[in-house]
Design a protein around this ligand. Structure first.
Ligand code: NI
Length: 136
C-alpha cells in the first residue's frame, strides 16, 4: 500500500508540575529542579500530529483537514488546552512530563481517529525541547 503523510500543528497552553509520588520530596527537588515548584508553571506547547494512509482517489487527500481539526479539537484541545495537566485523570498515576503528554495525546487521538492512521505525535515544549511518541 502506498502511504502519504499529512502533518498539522496545534497550539496547546497548559500548566504542570513535575512531581513523582514514587520519589521523596528531596529526590523530587533534585530530579525536577524548579519544575517541582509546588505552584507549577505553564507552557505554550506546539502539538504536531502526523497521519498517514492511502490518497483517496476521489478527494486526492489522506484525510480532510477539517475532519482532523474537528477530531483534535474535540478529543485533545477541549480536554487539555488551558488546563492544569496534573488534574487530568491520565496524569493521576504518571508525571505530566512532555514525554507522557506526547504519549497521552497519541493514545487519545489514535482512538478518536477513524479514517486515517496516526503515525506519530510530536510536542514542542520550548524552542529547544521537543518530544515524540510513535506508539508500538
Ligand atoms: Ni514544564
Amino acid at each position: 500500500m502506498q502511504t502519504a503523510y499529512f502533518g498539522r500543528r496545534y497550539m496547546l497552553s497548559a500548566s504542570h508540575r513535575l512531581h513523582s509520588d514514587a520519589l521523596s520530596d528531596e529526590a523530587n527537588r533534585k530530579t525536577y529542579g524548579k519544575c517541582n515548584n509546588p505552584h507549577g508553571h505553564g507552557h505554550n506547547y506546539v502539538v504536531e500530529v502526523m497521519v498517514g494512509g492511502p490518497v483517496d482517489s476521489n478527494t486526492g487527500m489522506v484525510v480532510n483537514m477539517a475532519t482532523l481539526d474537528e477530531v483534535v479539537q474535540t478529543s485533545i484541545l477541549q480536554r487539555f488546552d488551558h488546563t492544569n495537566l496534573n488534574l487530568d485523570p491520565l496524569f493521576v498515576n504518571q508525571v505530566p512530563t512532555t514525554e507522557n503528554l506526547c504519549r497521552a495525546v497519541y493514545t487519545v487521538l489514535r482512538d478518536a481517529l477513524r479514517t486515517c492512521k496516526l503515525e506519530y505525535v510530536r510536542v514542542e515544549e520550548t524552542e529547544n525541547n521537543f518530544f515524540q511518541f510513535e506508539g508500538d
